[in-house]
Write a protein that binds this ligand. Structure first.
Ligand SMILES: *[C@@H]1O[C@H](CO)[C@@H](O)[C@H](O)[C@H]1NC(C)=O
Length: 178
């Protein structure tokens, strides 16, 4: 469920972003972590610990880079080292540049239930691959977004941690036939 939720949250965040009103709150400090996994228009980094119950193995996006107005398919591979119980949650922060657009807490098990998936809490130990497609709004601003996901167990222990950056500002190379 947790890996599903990551995609769901990413998709949700991107979607929310396009509809969100900027709060106007300025970040005073921008901590730049070196992206561990980078492609042309987006990157993700695992900010969790090796002791976290959920270990994110990979996040893939298709098409790569994602394009506003088109479907984006996200594939997340992760393993649950421990059972994930009901009550797990995630704090998600979406920023446009340094401006905080959205800060929200999600019930991960509920998100998993609401999504069309077979993965349900409690989630047993094991490896999971979750694929989810979302239609990106056309009106995503040409800007750099960051999505920070901090997930916790029901009793507030670290569950997993992922930082995503998507750069819609980049001039993506025109594809053949365009
Ligand atoms: C995205 O996928 C859905 C379901 O397959 C489809 O109905 C929709 O037309 C697609 N949207 C775009 C922009 O390709």
């Amino acid at each position: 469920m947790a890996r599903l939720s990551v995609l769901a949250l990413l998709a949700l965040s991107l979607f929310s972003v396009s509809h969100a009103t900027p709060l106007g709150s300025q970040e005073t400090l921008a901590v730049q972590e070196p992206p561990v996994h980078t492609t042309e228009g987006w990157s993700w980094s695992d900010c969790g610990l090796s002791t976290d119950p959920i270990q994110i193995e990979s996040i893939d996006v298709s098409p790569d880079p994602p394009k506003p107005g088109q479907n984006m398919t996200v594939t997340v591979k992760a393993s649950a080292v421990e059972t994930v119980e009901e009550g797990a949650y995630a704090d998600v922060t979406v920023k446009l540049g340094l401006i905080k657009l959205l800060q929200k807490q999600f019930d991960l098990c509920e998100e998993a239930r609401n999504a069309d998936t077979t993965v349900k809490c409690p989630v047993d130990k094991g490896s999971y691959e979750v694929v989810q497609t979302v239609e990106l709004p056309k009106e995503i601003p040409k800007a750099k977004f960051s999505v920070d996901v901090r997930a916790y167990t029901y009793d507030d222990e670290d569950l997993f941690c992922v930082n995503l950056k998507v750069d819609f500002m980049k001039k993506f190379p025109l594809k053949f036939g365009w």
